[in-house]
Design a protein around this ligand. Structure first.
Ligand code: GTP
Ligand code: ZN
Length: 369
């Protein structure tokens, strides 16, 4: 069933913002859906909170094993406007899906860094960018605390990041610089926010959603942030449209791509590969002859360093000796060791059918560990 068909029949369509026990908090689309409703049902329009319905999942969906996750577009039936209840009758096909955190239909990642305090560290920024790129989603790079640097310094940072293939948006939560521009980029999208600790993510969320404390307080007690967060996933409504999922702060995301994948996560390398080819299809762009990627681009050293890391990681996995890897050692008989996959490790099973989006799940996992 497509969205058009559903809208034609004037059913209620909405987006799942949170899942709590067996209930789904659904925000109904703001327009169009009232047309088919009879008189007396319009009370919803007069109440400021009424487009939020607490819904159950129809038995039919349970029977066919249809899960409902945060970010899902759903068809709601039997709205009770007074009690703010409803029932989810159908789930529209997902554009994409992250398993951890469980969010469907994510459009982009908003990566937040600060230009100062904490200082902008190129390698750390690269690491986050690569991790974000590996999801295959669009990446919006936002640099906060621009109030702490001069225009000249900002121009220099901007030049570097342009060389890297990005168009950063410089903001200051303190001075309300470019917050509206950023809000515009988030409009009509489902965005997942990420970035290291101390760059101003909480401050930014408060600036983007002025009533968030109130709202969050109403719904989930408090906006859990930092290392000791629950795994509760929630999408927050942005006042001008769009939904934002917050992530806890973390400092060094682990790069777990293969050596072969790495170049694709550098826009500079992608640009080079778009116009030329390496002699070898499995070129790692180090010292191979006729390499189209190797060169004096600014982050080439980052590439080499991360490549070493990826190679080391891979050989570690190949040796099957890393206890943190997906392999466990099983002691057999007289002290003989045998390696076998840890079957309880979801990570292991995901590896074999990994999509780029699943990289993001790991980004979350690291942030929680
Ligand atoms: N100068 C300046 N400081 C800011 C700005 N935005 C936030 N800060 C400060 O930066 C510090 C960290 O801000 P938070 O919002 O807690 O940062 P965070 O990214 O949420 O940090 P974690 O919760 O550790 O992930 C606080 O002292 C803020 O007041 C800004 O635009 N300019
Ligand atoms: Zn090459």
């Amino acid at each position: 069933m497509t969205e058009e068909v559903l809208q034609d029949s004037c059913r209620l369509l909405g987006t799942v913002l949170a899942v709590q026990a067996n209930y789904y908090r659904v925000r109904l689309d703001s327009d169009g859906e009232m047309a088919s409703l009879g008189d007396g049902e319009n009370t919803r329009l007069n109440s400021s909170h009424s487009s939020l319905l607490l819904c159950t999942r129809r038995t039919r969906l349970k029977k066919i094993g249809q899960q409902v996750m945060v970010g899902d577009r759903v068809l709601v039936e039997e709205p009770d406007w007074t009690g703010q209840r409803g029932a989810i009758a159908d789930v529209l096909p997902r554009k994409n899906q992250l398993d951890r955190p469980a969010i469907a239909n994510v459009n982009q990642i908003l990566l937040v860094f600060a230009v100062a305090d904490p200082p902008l560290e190129p390698y750390q920024l690269s690491r986050f960018l690569i991790k974000a790129e590996s999801t295959g989603l669009d990446v919006v790079l936002c640099l906060n605390k621009s109030d702490l640097i001069t225009t000249q310094q900002q121009a220099e940072i901007n030049q570097h990041l342009t060389n890297w293939g990005y168009e950063p948006i410089f903001i200051s939560v303190y001075k309300s610089i470019n917050i509206d521009d950023l809000a515009n980029l988030l409009k009509d999208n489902i965005t997942v926010l990420a970035g290291p600790s101390g760059v101003g993510k909480s401050s930014l969320i408060n600036a983007l959603i002025p009533n968030i404390n109130l709202r969050v307080g109403e719904i989930s007690g408090k906006l859990a942030r930092g290392r000791h967060t629950t795994r509760h996933v929630e999408l927050f409504d942005l006042p001008n449209g769009g939904l934002l999922a917050d992530t806890p702060g973390f400092n060094q995301p682990d790069l777990d791509c293969t050596p072969e994948e790495l170049a694709a996560y550098f826009p500079e390398a992608r640009q080079r590969l778009a116009v030329a080819r390496c002699r070898f299809s499995n070129c790692l762009h180090r010292d191979e002859p006729d390499c189209a990627v190797r060169g004096d681009w600014e982050r080439y050293q980052h590439y080499l360093e991360f490549l070493e890391e990826a190679i080391a990681r891979q050989s570690q996995l190949n040796q099957q000796a890393d206890p943190e890897s997906t392999i466990k050692v099983k002691t057999k008989g007289k002290g003989k060791h045998q390696y076998e996959p840890k079957l309880e490790s979801k990570k292991y099973r995901q590896k074999s059918r990994r999509t780029q989006l699943q990289e993001l799940q790991e980004l979350y996992r690291e942030s929680e560990e």
